[in-house]
Write a new protein. Structure first.
Ligand code: HEM
Lengths: 328, 544
């Protein structure tokens, strides 16, 4: 399995460019978010939607899901709005470069491109961005994109500098089709979990402001209603949780074949189990009186903190069978 | 299921003078049970479980890495000992972890039993009555159509194919339909929770009846038989495994071949083995198998894994009287990337019966072995993990090895206390290539003859594994259904229009909708349903 140096080089360039374009997109979003009226407008729009409803007949009330904004209240496109649209276009462009970087890595090494931590972070952040693009099309939250791109850019920067690994084949224990299934499930779940994590933090800000309008006076009024943030967090978690469950199950099946036992409380397994339990608690909390809202959001944030912890601490600090980071 | 909370909240204890102690005790038990099986308790227990599992990832654990745990405890003094006493190095078999685990299990059972009952009842009962006031529902449409009530009802029934539908006529003559869909959600949810219960039970079974043993076998046709604990280098039995009645089978390792990139990164490990199990043991048949990482040998319900490999240098000691002994003992890799290895090959002088004399003249060849030698000055290191240019840097020790002391000894090391007390002395230090030798002061010659490879194998036995997989799949499928399926209700009420409510060519149609769980997404479906029911109803031609 020789490594194609040229493709690997192209992959690196593509990666760096993607980070740069994300940063550029972030600037556009920040302009939209801080100077534009768009944030407030979007928040108002969602409030209006609860009342107007889509396609209702005269004399009847149908409360919609809030998916499509009613045409009547769409404001004339302001400069801030144009900024936001450009930002989103740039994000899509960066995501395309990001995808190219991942695909080129795979072609360069003739294997799936998530065999070490650098590649894994590349995959996670890509899934996070794609999920966000979908959400930004469904809900009026485009002006919040900078909050998502910030952790993405930080992760990609850390991945690309401190954790960078030269393209190479993987060791024998990783040469299995389970590398494709198990790791891709873990990467999709972790990437998607970034979105509810961010949405839940914003929810906590918004809810704190709603309770006491003296708090977060600069940021909170530009956020959409707490309800929308809660819905985004729930939708994405409900998607990612079964994927994560599937990933853990496949991991157990693989561990049985590779290490001789399906579960051994290896640090990575343990933290995965803990974060699985935390996300299950999140789902439960939304069905428990008195736990919906703020507490549920806080639990979701804890879940994401654990996901990040599992990525960094367990790969870099602790020693276990999962130490495939390919650093140092 | 959002109603669970209210249903299972413990009733506040009312002071009641007529209560007997027995009654009060019963009430206490009932309240405790209700409290334990409430959703909120389950939530708290879930958190406790997460919290309790976490130290296992942060602190070294006895059963994963005993050596590291021991050094952690020594380094941390009283703090380390306190943590040890609190079972923080043994998290998953600790009292407190088991307590949380058991409470959660009880809570789960207590929650599943009534929910299963509710589920069966709900499946029998069919869709609930149409609420009096449909306009209070989150989704609602009220309109008048030019069609007879019968036609509206017939159209709605057709549109609601696939839903469970109940038709009723109310006291004032209004016709209603109650429809419900998405029962699979609750089914999935129950399957999920039962699957989880099954996993918990199977896991406990595994802790009782499984075992795992590791053994090093030379890759030159050496044989290993699963005949008892003594056959292993290390053995971890489940709580109910005493080492008798292990599944009989034998494995013979003929060859082992690793491949590496030029940079020394391993690409593959392959071992050619032969094995005998079941009827083959009687007939003496050996079957061939190609053992690889990720591809264990599965036979008779047991599994044999290729875990690691290393080198066993061969040394020959020739005493001045011409007697000689040759030994090939595995040395232990100290560096996994270059396979620089360390070990101790121990020799007893032959033909000496006096144990005192014998003990003064035991020999050990210790030191380093490099599969690809790289000398930095006189210091031997290894440049590459594969056998290209083997060399050994040996210290020959003479004296009392302490083998007869009754203390168990590592096969990889000499007893350092013997060296410290001066009863074991270094008598030579030399770098040897294959074929070279060193001669000691008394004329004894130690030669380095060659190298063999060894592999470490693991035998695993776990009768609960199949169950575990079954439950896990059930759980996953149940989870999918529980999260993807939406439980929703749809109601139709049709009343004849007109002042007296008797114009049979015009109807007032009221539609209502409610999603039992997450509201999101039902809006569009409801709108589509409403539109279809209203638009598809054949219109009466207006009377002239
Ligand atoms: C052992 C840990 C448990 C885990 C990991 C777990 C997991 C889950 C999951 C993933 C859901 C789906 C949530 C949803 O539909 O939105 C759920 C639902 C539910 N669980 Fe558990 N569960 C556990 C224990 C329990 C226990 C002990 C109870 C009872 C006290 C319980 C009661 C429920 C109920 C009532 C629902 C339905 C909530 C709904 O439909 O939204 N669970 N559980």
């Amino acid at each position: 399995m020789p490594v194609n140096e040229t493709l690997s080089q192209y992959s690196d360039w593509s990666y760096t460019t993607a980070v740069a374009v994300y940063v550029l997109a972030m600037i556009f979003f920040l302009v939209e978010q801080s100077f534009g009226r768009h944030g407030t407008v979007a928040a108002e729009r969602t409030r209006t939607r609860q009342l107007v409803g889509a396609g209702a007949q005269a004399g009847s009330t149908v409360v919609g899901d809030g998916a499509e904004p009613p045409a009547a209240v769409r404001p004339a496109r302001s400069r801030a709005e144009r900024m936001g649209r450009t930002g989103l276009a740039l994000t899509v462009l960066a995501a395309a470069l990001h995808l190219a970087a991942l695909v080129l890595r795979g072609l360069a090494t003739s294997r799936v491109p998530w065999g070490n931590m650098y590649e894994y972070i590349m995959a996670i952040t890509l899934f996070a961005v794609v999920t966000w693009i979908v959400m930004a099309r469904k809900y009026p939250v485009r002006h919040l994109s900078a909050f998502v791109l910030l952790p993405v850019v930080i992760l990609m920067f850390v991945g690309g500098t401190m954790l960078y690994a030269v393209a190479a084949p993987v060791q024998p224990a990783l040469q299995s089709y389970w590398l494709v299934i198990h790791v891709v499930a873990a990467a999709v779940a972790s990437g998607v979990f970034l979105i509810p994590g961010v949405a839940s933090v914003l929810y906590l800000v918004r809810a704190a402001h709603d309770r006491d309008s003296g708090r977060f006076t600069r940021l909170a009024p530009k956020l959409p209603s707490a309800d929308i943030l809660d819905r985004i967090a729930y939708r994405t978690t409900v998607f990612a949780f079964p994927v994560f469950t599937f990933g853990v199950l496949c991991g157990a099946v693989w561990a049985e074949a590779a290490w001789g036992r399906f579960w051994g409380w290896d640090p990575k397994e343990t933290v995965a189990f803990v974060s699985w339990v935390v996300y299950a608690a999140y789902l439960h909390s939304r069905a428990t009186a008195g736990w919906r809202g703020t507490r549920a959001a806080a639990i979701n944030v804890v879940g994401f903190v654990l996901t990040v912890f599992n990525l960094f601490f367990v790969n870099l600090v602790s020693v276990g069978l999962h130490s495939y980071a390919g650093v140092g | 299921m959002t109603h669970t909370e209210t249903a299972s909240r413990p009733t506040p204890p009312r002071p009641n003078p007529h209560r007997t102690p027995l009654r009060r005790a019963l009430a206490f038990v009932r309240n405790t049970w209700r409290g334990l099986t409430s959703m909120r308790t389950a939530l708290v227990l879930l958190f406790l479980l997460a919290l309790a599992a976490l130290p296992g990832a942060l602190l070294p654990q006895w059963d994963l890495n005993a050596e590291k745990t021991r050094s952690y405890i020594t380094e941390n003094g009283w703090w380390g000992q306190l943590l040890d006493r609190l079972q923080l190095f043994d998290v998953y078999s600790s009292v407190w972890f088991s307590a949380v685990y058991l409470l959660l299990m009880v809570s789960l059972i207590g929650c599943l039993v009534p929910r299963t009952g509710d589920y069966v009842r709900a499946m029998r009962a069919g869709p609930v009555r149409t609420p009096r006031n449909l306009s209070r529902l989150p989704h609602h449409v009220r309109t008048e159509v030019a069609a007879a009530p019968d036609d509206v009802v017939a159209t709605a029934r057709r549109r609601l194919r696939g839903w469970r539908v109940a038709e009723r006529t109310e006291a004032d003559g209004a016709r209603t339909l109650s429809a419900e869909r998405g029962y699979l959600r609750e089914t999935g949810n129950l399957v999920f929770h039962f699957g989880m219960l099954g996993i918990v039970i199977a896991f406990a079974g595994g802790a009782l009846y499984s075992y795992e043993g590791q053994v090093i076998v030379h890759a030159d046709g050496q044989e290993f038989c699963n005949s008892g604990i003594f056959a292993y280098d290390s053995f971890n039995p489940g709580l109910r495994v005493d080492g008798t009645g292990l599944t009989p089978f034998c494995v013979r390792v003929d060859d082992f071949e690793p491949t590496y990139t030029d940079a020394g990164q391993p690409i593959s490990y392959d071992a050619d083995i032969r094995y005998q199990s079941g009827a083959d043991l009687e007939s003496g048949t050996w079957r061939e198998h190609h053992l690889e990482v990720n591809e264990p040998l599965r036979t008779e319900g047991d599994r044999v894994y290729l875990l690691g490999h290393g080198y066993a240098p061969t040394f020959t000691v020739t005493w001045p009287d011409g007697e000689s002994r040759t030994q090939t003992i595995q040395w232990r890799p100290t560096d996994q990337t270059t396979l620089l290895s360390q070990g101790a090959t121990k020799f007893d002088p032959p033909g000496i019966t006096d144990s005192e004399v014998r003990r003064d003249n035991q020999l050990a060849v210790t030191g380093l072995f490099a599969p690809t030698a790289a000398l930095h000055g006189n210091i031997l290191t290894s440049a590459f993990p594969n056998l290209t240019d083997p060399a050994a840097a040996v210290d020959v020790m003479r004296g009392d090895l302490g083998i007869d002391s009754g203390q168990p000894q590592s096969i990889f090391e000499i007893d350092q206390s013997m060296v410290d007390s001066g009863r074991l002395e270094r008598v030579a230090r030399e770098n040897l290539r294959v074929g070279e030798s060193v001669t000691l002061d008394d004329g004894t010659r130690v030669s380095f003859d060659g190298v063999r490879r060894w592999v470490s194998l693991q035998v695993s036995h776990d009768p609960t594994q199949g169950w575990m997989l079954g439950f896990a799949i059930a759980m996953f499928v149940g989870l999918g259904a529980s999260l993807a399926v939406k439980r929703r209700r749809f109601w139709v009420r049709v009343t004849p229009a007109g002042d007296a409510g008797n114009d049979l060519r015009r109807s007032v149609v009221e539609l209502g909708g409610l999603a039992r769980t997450d509201q999101a997404g039902y809006g569009e479906e409801f709108s589509a349903l409403a539109r279809d029911v209203l638009d598809r109803t054949p219109r009466e031609r207006k009377a002239p």
